[in-house]
Design a binder for this molecule. Structure first.
Ligand code: 5GP
Ligand code: ZN
Length: 113
């Protein structure tokens, strides 16, 4: 499959890995928008939130557990941080492998739309 994040997970494209387990991979965003900007992705390819189903949704809860763990490790828990995913063109999704941005390390702008 011609998917950038599948290639990163497979090690075919280098990444700055910060966490990995059986179902989840996390790495630094190549163009960080905040002092901490990590992408947390399921290893199984799902294009976006549109493809989350009762059969595969457990990984999403696990991704939030990983986000909380990484945020704590990176000292973000007290001041706060954001976990966000973009779905489709109107949200600005550019890589069509489901991913969650973990952003923190500064006071983030509050722009919901
Ligand atoms: P999206 O806009 O789809 O929500 O987020 C895609 C993110 O992937 C962007 O923040 C972008 O900087 C990041 N990205 C794109 N290509 C690469 C890459 O090759 N390596 C890494 N580490 N991040 C990437
Ligand atoms: Zn993929």
């Amino acid at each position: 499959m011609d998917c950038l994040f599948c290639k990163i997970i497979a090690g075919e494209i280098p990444s700055a890995k910060v966490y990995e387990d059986e179902t989840v991979y996390a790495f630094k965003d190549i163009a960080p928008m905040a002092p901490v900007h990590i992408l947390i992705v399921p290893k199984a390819h799902l294009a976006s939130v549109n493809e989350i189903t009762p059969e595969n949704s457990a990984v999403v809860a696990h991704i939030f557990e990983v986000a909380a763990k990484l945020a704590a490790e990176m000292g973000l828990a007290e001041d706060g941080y954001r976990v966000v995913t973009n779905c489709g063109a109107h949200a600005g999704q550019t890589v069509f492998h489901l991913h969650f941005h973990l952003l923190g390390g500064k006071k983030l702008k509050v722009e919901m739309c």
